[in-house]
Design a protein around this ligand. Structure first.
Ligand code: SAM
Length: 254
């Protein structure tokens, strides 16, 4: 994804409105409240913060000490445009970045897919080292290979996860998985249909794998609001679901 300026530009433009980001931001907000109650002064790092939608959401929720790092200069520039505290950093080099700085919470959304197992365990180990006592790592990741589509090609994602992957890798880094859920169960059939259609088009040569576009686009207001309502209602009614294109997790140091 790094280097694909148009993907960052799209993300920056619509991440505050698109149903998927809104649900994700609310899930992170809820996890923070469950851990820290009404506190708003914790030190929070968004590792792989993209164009800053998550940090901007948290700022609007009243959180005061927010920092972001990302390996894309485009992403960091968009964060700065939003007035956010963000730095350019390859997360493979996290150990050398402000090594004494620790955090109450680290958010790392949709970044693990760029790391193979050994690199991911190194990253997780460093994220865990940076957590203060009582701290949490909150991470959303793309799930289940069956959802692989041109979106994955567009954002350069190399892998998708299932819960067993996190159960295998997190303990290697000294992290305990406290909560996981896939989402959105109710919208899975629709997402699956779209992704399978994309795969078929690629296979038939109707779309070029060299010019993939991500699913980051804003549908009409009615469609966007309906998708948001469905996913939002699901999250209110069911705290854990067994299937979905994303896997949300909360973990802490063992
Ligand atoms: C799919 S985007 C997710 C962005 C953001 N976390 C969000 O939820 O909107 C993945 C982000 O990870 C960043 N990234 C990928 N590999 C990275 C690396 N090695 N170091 C730092 N950032 C990286 C990309 O630049 C991109 O902003």
């Amino acid at each position: 994804m790094i280097g694909r300026s148009e993907e960052y530009e799209k993300m920056f433009r619509i991440e505050q409105q698109l149903w998927w980001y809104r649900i994700l931001h609310e899930s992170v907000g809820r996890a923070l409240c469950q851990q820290f109650g009404n506190r708003r002064d914790m030190v929070i790092l968004d590792a792989g913060c993209g164009t800053g939608g998550m940090l901007d959401f948290l700022r609007r929720q009243g959180y005061t000490d927010l920092r972001g790092v990302d390996g894309s200069a485009d992403a960091v520039a968009f964060c700065h445009e939003r007035g956010l505290n963000a730095s350019l950093l390859d997360l493979n080099d996290l150990a050398g970045y402000a090594p004494d700085q620790t955090y109450d919470a680290i958010v790392c959304n949709d970044v693990f897919c760029y790391f193979d197992d050994p690199a991911l365990v190194r990253l997780l180990t460093e994220l865990r080292r940076r957590l203060r006592p009582g701290g949490v790592l909150i991470s959303n990741n793309n799930a289940f290979d069956v959802f692989r589509g041109q979106h994955d090609l567009a954002v350069g994602s190399t892998r998708r996860f299932v819960r067993a992957d996190l159960e295998r890798l997190f303990p290697m880094a000294g992290l305990r998985l406290r909560y996981t859920t896939y989402w959105s169960l109710l919208l899975s059939p629709l997402i699956l249909l779209v992704r399978q259609w994309q795969r078929l088009q690629l296979r038939l040569g109707w779309r070029s794998p060299d010019e993939p576009t991500s699913d980051v686009y804003l549908p009409g207001n009615l469609v966007n609001e309906t998708l948001y309502r469905i996913a939002h209602t699901e999250q209110k009614l069911i705290s854990r679901t067994p299937f979905g294109s994303s896997l949300f997790s909360v973990s802490d140091p063992t």
